[in-house]
Design a protein around this ligand. Structure first.
Ligand code: GLU
Length: 472
């Protein structure tokens, strides 16, 4: 029996959870779920200057919000430095690494020579075969990996195919600094090995590291994990995704009112595909997910597409679930806490009643919130410019005409109100729009809202009639 799949997500906690990182996490998660395996979480916090607690919290929050749970406790890479040092020393003992005593000046001279000769800058192997007896007094050495110089290193990558890197292109990497701190590629290999990681799925920007890491695995006689290097995410213009394209942090997508399920669906399509399927549930993603269906070319982040997809999810989420999502969203957005207070202070029933109408018209929860504002407005309503224009003399006359009809309505529910208003419009020779727009302006203070008969119903008879009378 083959061993169970263990994937890992290994973010560096130097900022928020990047949208590209979230996609990497999603792929690791989906593959682990698909195979009945595990996804581990490792915080790569060895850069002590740039790693912060706040960033760790933001990453854990982002993953949790996206519904990408990890198995077991998060592992701190920094906390494992002792073990990384031990492996560096083991490599030394195995003759796969050596002490290098080059001074900064010597390294600088090496660099200058390479540049002058227009060669790539590489360590020239000064101490590779030199007798340690030559070691200068009082110099603390680094440990360098003795990389193979002949042949090539091959990576069998699900997304990139067979990647061949000539060994002459990879120099002898420092694995332990003179201050005893392990370097990145060593730590990653030791951690992945010790954590039992069977499959590495990460950004293609780590492909060169993958070659160096493969060499370290082989030097230790460890099994090289299965590799998938996922293409980068580009902006709509084809350039690497950056701030100028739009938000990069997952928490910003939460605050913009995206549903986690919609974002999962959208991110899954960035680099992975299942036929022509664009809209699929997370269960389907897990069922269908395969590493070989990850493409090689960069994916383009299409903000409009994400918004449309989110609108689809909002429309198709059952009301009770959407209500829960909305309440969980409010604390994260400007004006949200106030709305939450109003809801909890007695407006919940009205909101729940309005939700079926509201969700038809909102692509994001922010839009839904804006469109729901009429429910919380206090009389007399502040009118926006368009609403004020709609309540000109003609608009007011239309209101005056319809008000008695509404006052007389016995049944204050949308279908009955609609029938009554339509009958009145016909009788008065008015197009329904000519009536509906001034009604909307007076009832909501704006020119856009859910269907006007739904608005009447959710506001309730007294509040609705009072709002209609206010401008007259
Ligand atoms: N910490 C690395 C990053 O955030 C990931 C390293 C890896 O996945 O091997 O890019």
């Amino acid at each position: 029996m083959s061993s169970p799949v263990i994937t890992r997500f290994a973010p560096s906690p130097t900022g928020f959870l990047h949208i590209g990182g979230a996609r990497t996490a999603l792929f690791n998660w989906a593959f682990a779920r698909h195979t009945g395996g595990k996804m581990l979480l490792r915080i790569e916090d060895t850069d002590r200057e740039r790693s912060t607690e706040a960033a760790i919290t933001a990453i854990l929050d982002g993953l949790t919000w996206l519904g990408l749970g990890w198995d077991g406790e998060a592992v701190s890479q920094f906390a494992r430095a002792e073990r990384h040092r031990a492996v560096a020393n083991e490599l030394l003992q195995r003759g796969k690494a050596y002490y290098c005593y080059c001074s900064p000046q010597e390294l600088e001279a090496m660099r200058a020579r390479a540049e002058a000769e227009k060669r790539p800058v590489r360590y020239d192997g000064t101490w590779r075969d030199r007798d340690p007896k030559d070691a200068p007094e009082g110099v603390k050495p680094v440990i360098r990996f003795k990389a193979p110089q002949e042949g090539e290193t091959v990576i069998h990558d699900h997304a990139q195919g067979r990647v061949v890197i000539p060994n002459k292109d990879l120099d002898d990497l420092i694995i332990l600094r003179s201050d005893g701190n392990p370097t990145y590629n060593l730590s990653v290999v030791v951690d992945d090995h010790d954590m039992g990681v069977t499959h590495i799925i990460r950004g293609v920007d780590h492909l060169t590291n993958a070659a160096r890491q493969t060499q370290i695995y082989l030097a230790m006689g460890w099994q090289v994990p299965d590799m998938t290097h996922v293409p980068l995410i580009h902006g709509p213009d084809g350039a690497k995704l950056s701030k100028r394209h739009g938000a990069l942090g997952v928490e910003a997508y939460r605050a913009m009112g995206y549903l986690p399920a919609a974002l999962r669906n959208y991110l899954a399509r960035l680099g992975w595909s299942h036929g022509d399927d664009e809209i699929f549930s997370t269960e389907q993603l897990v069922e269908w997910f395969s590493l070989d269906a990850i493409g090689k070319s960069a994916a383009r982040f299409d903000f409009a597409k994400l918004e449309n997809l989110n609108g689809h999810y909002i429309r198709h989420t059952p009301d009770a679930v959407l209500l829960k999502e909305f309440l969980a969203f409010l604390p994260h957005v400007e004006g949200g806490p106030e709305m939450l207070k109003a809801l909890e202070g007695g407006r919940m029933a009205a909101f729940a009643k309005a939700l079926p109408g509201l969700k038809e018209r909102a692509k994001t929860l922010v839009e839904l919130m804006t469109n729901a504002a009429f429910l919380f407005a206090v009389r007399p309503l502040a009118l926006d410019d368009k609403a004020r224009a709609l309540l000109n003399d003609e608009g007011k006359a239309a209101l005056r005409g319809v008000l008695p009809v509404l006052k007389a309505a016995a049944d204050w529910q949308a279908p009955a109100l609609e029938a009554a208003v339509k009958a009145h419009a016909e009788q008065a020779g008015l197009k329904l729009g000519k009536l509906a727009q001034p009604l909307r302006a007076a009832l909501t203070g704006t020119s856009t809202s859910p269907g006007i008969f739904d608005v009447l119903e959710v506001l309730g008879r007294d509040e609705a009639l009072a709002r209609l009378a206010d401008p007259l």
